[in-house]
Design a protein around this ligand. Structure first.
Ligand code: KDG
Length: 358
């Protein structure tokens, strides 16, 4: 039943071995939960094409295979999901546009580039707002977050579920970073940092004294390789599975933003599906999201340790050092909280605080 994702892990291992390096290949990943639930009736055969930005070894891909397995099993082979990873069909923005025109069925962007459709999603981009995974999950499962998913109505995109991309960390090829001054560079130039296509992220890196450049994820590796940018920020799992460590010597454990993913289907595709298939897809999206959050949490420290083993210098920051970053990005709140909505920001702050006192 779980043959698909197991095959991915084996392939990942084979790739590493063929490059002559024998690392522990995967963390002790949780198996996906048993597939439960009734099978659905016969409403014809459906093939869904799903485009992903990340690599085959990422939690994003592995949980997508679980999603495909659920649909396969509960439709008795009638619903097939074909997954295209590694930005091969386009970046987040392009793939969302493809969903709108109906040339692609499903994609799985970060919430950050989706703020072009639903502005309130930018609350997730505020720096250091959600300090723990517990707080992030509570925020993603809140009524306010459900309203954000519903607000895609009329855009041509049907948003099914929030899932986890994760806590973002800084990497770069120029120098060790443990303070905002290291980002800004006092007697040297500020780091040039690739950001997602999102104005709050630009504001964060401007406040820290960097030179931020928005860029599609698929172009990032070669931009770093060629020195077009010094660095980027993404969860450790992505820095590992997209091989960024090959062109980035330094990592800093900043955890400056928690980014969700949003599982989306083209409204055109959705409208053609039988309601029973729709219900199954909605259900499978939520189950795959829960599994991905689990996988992603297992990747966090494991991927960081793997990066260290592969020669990346990783700087862990203490509370005081993190506080210096928090202080430097305060102007981002002053500019963006009124635009996003003070009540929404306060609601997320309340969730964050309650997760700290539990
Ligand atoms: O499929 C998702 C990726 O394309 C992207 O969202 C990953 O966090 C990401 C980034 O930095 O672009």
């Amino acid at each position: 039943m779980h043959h698909l994702w197991k095959r991915t892990l084996l392939l990942t291992g084979a790739t590493l071995l063929s490059s002559g390096i024998a690392y522990a290949q995967t963390p002790d990943l949780s198996d996906p939960p048993e597939i439960e639930g009734e099978t659905v009736g016969d409403h014809g055969s459906v093939t869904l094409r799903m485009g992903l930005g990340l690599a085959e070894s990422s939690p994003q891909y592995i949980s997508s295979q679980y999603f495909a397995d659920i649909l396969d099993q509960r439709s008795e082979g009638r619903i097939t999901v074909n997954i295209f990873p590694n930005s091969q069909l386009g970046d987040d923005v392009q793939m969302m546009e493809m969903l709108q025109t109906g040339t692609l069925d499903m994609t799985y962007p970060s919430s950050s580039p989706a703020t072009g459709y639903v502005e309130e999603l930018a609350v997730f981009d505020l720096p250091f707002l959600l300090p723990t995974r517990e707080a992030a999950v509570e925020a993603m499962r809140s009524d306010a977050a459900q309203e954000m998913l519903d607000a895609f109505d009329g855009t041509g995109l049907k948003a099914l579920a929030f899932s986890e991309n994760g806590f973002r960390q800084l990497s770069n090829s120029a120098r060790e970073v443990s303070s905002p001054e290291d980002v800004a560079g006092l007697d040297v130039r500020g780091l040039s940092i690739r950001t997602m296509e999102n104005p709050v992220h630009l504001a964060i890196w401007e406040a820290l004294g960097a030179n931020p450049t928005p860029m599609a994820f698929g172009e990032l590796f070669s931009a770093m390789e060629q020195g077009v940018v010094d660095g980027q920020e993404n969860p450790w799992s992505t820095i590992l599975t997209s091989n960024f460590y090959e062109v980035q010597d330094y990592g800093s454990e900043t955890r400056h933003v928690y980014t969700p993913f949003i599982k989306m289907i083209s409204q055109r595709t959705w409208d053609r599906l039988d309601p029973e298939y729709q219900e199954l897809i909605q259900d499978a999206a939520l189950q795959a999201a829960d599994y991905e959050i689990q996988l992603s949490s297992e990747y966090d420290d494991w991927a960081r340790d793997q990066l260290e083993e592969r020669g990346m210098q990783i700087t862990r920051l203490d509370d005081e050092q993190i506080a210096a970053f928090q202080e430097a990005v305060q102007p981002v709140y002053e500019e963006w909280a009124p635009r996003i909505g003070e009540d929404l920001v306060a609601e997320f702050q309340r969730i964050a605080e309650s997760s700290m006192t539990e």
